[in-house]
Design a protein around this ligand. Structure first.
Ligand code: CO8
Length: 260
């Protein structure tokens, strides 16, 4: 198994804790996403696992979203393969039979936010410096329809319309206010609160909860699955444009300069 994600399953409690540990920022690279899919498949098949907590092993960052280096200077074939892996991450998480709780202990822009949104419940560290949101438009790119649907299913149409057009990155308190996260707790209590919350979800018979979850999410999942090829082609043709590639180069440079 890989090294970007560490999974600890406690068979006595039925809870697996998945720790994202891909420095510096837990960006969703192809390797990361492949490891994620393998881990999800294993846990999903393991009858002793009923719940999954996802958190970051890195300080201050849950996940920086998609790895920009997978979309910059890469062949259309590579971009297509990468996007398929992004789709797969969302599909596995959004349709999981497990109770999934995101323990968001740091910033979580764009694809990082999508990962949290695909869970059943989100607990975030109360630090106002941590940002979460689908801020794609700020990068001159467009969150695909299933990102948008997942957000709208969580916070409603109007809030999503504002958030997506303006590319808003919400501070933890603002994220709670709009319902993008469900609960804020002190940073050192994010994972322990997730474990306590799990007990409440485990009190519900699995089959009833799973059927209900599927009823709520199936239309969104079906829509993505039936448009999967279109979505890949759309991504590849957009991301390989000269103007977008040029923007990514400048963006990576600006991230670097900010630090210097
Ligand atoms: N991909 C690759 N590398 C990254 C990324 C990323 N997403 N984010 C940061 N890095 C790199 C930085 O370049 C830097 O590298 P280096 O050390 O070589 O200079 C290193 O990680 C550390 O970054 P910072 O110094 O910026 O670390 P900070 O702790 O100061 O800040 C943040 C962390 C807040 C995560 C900050 O790095 C940031 O804002 N990163 C950008 C995040 C971002 O914009 N992600 C969006 C990616 S797009 C996406 O997820 C959805 C796209 C949907 C596509 C639809 C198209 C059709």
């Amino acid at each position: 198994s890989g090294t970007k994600i560490k999974v600890d399953l406690d068979s006595s409690t039925g809870i697996a804790v998945m720790r994202l540990q891909s420095p510096p920022v837990n960006s969703l690279s192809l390797d990361f996403l492949t490891e994620f899919a393998i881990n999800m498949e294993k846990l999903e098949m393991d009858k002793s696992c009923r719940g999954l907590v996802i958190t970051s092993a890195l300080p201050k960052i849950f996940s920086a979203g998609l790895d920009i280096l997978e979309m910059y200077g890469k062949s259309p074939e590579h971009c297509g393969e990468f996007w398929k892996a992004v789709q797969e991450m969302w599909l596995k998480l959004y349709s999981s039979n497990m109770v999934t709780i995101a323990a968001v202990n740091g910033s979580s822009p764009a694809g990082g936010c999508l990962m949290a949104l695909a869970c059943d419940y989100r607990i975030m560290a109360e630090n106002p410096r941590y940002g979460i949101g689908l801020n794609e438009t700020q990068l001159g790119i467009v969150a695909p329809f299933w990102f948008k649907d997942t957000m709208a299913n969580t916070v409603g149409h109007r809030t999503t319309e504002l958030a997506l057009q303006l590319g808003l990155l919400y501070s933890a308190p603002d994220a709670l206010r709009i319902g993008l996260v469900d609960q804020l707790v002190p940073e050192d209590q994010v994972v322990s609160t997730a474990m306590e919350t799990m007990a409440k979800w485990f009190a519900i018979p699995d089959h009833a909860r799973q059927i209900t979850k599927s009823m709520m999410r199936k239309p969104t999942i079906d829509k993505m699955v039936s448009n999967r090829e279109f979505d890949i082609n759309n991504f590849v043709s957009f991301i390989t444009r000269d103007s977008i590639q040029k923007f990514f180069r400048m963006y990576m440079e600006s991230l670097r300069k900010r630090k210097a």
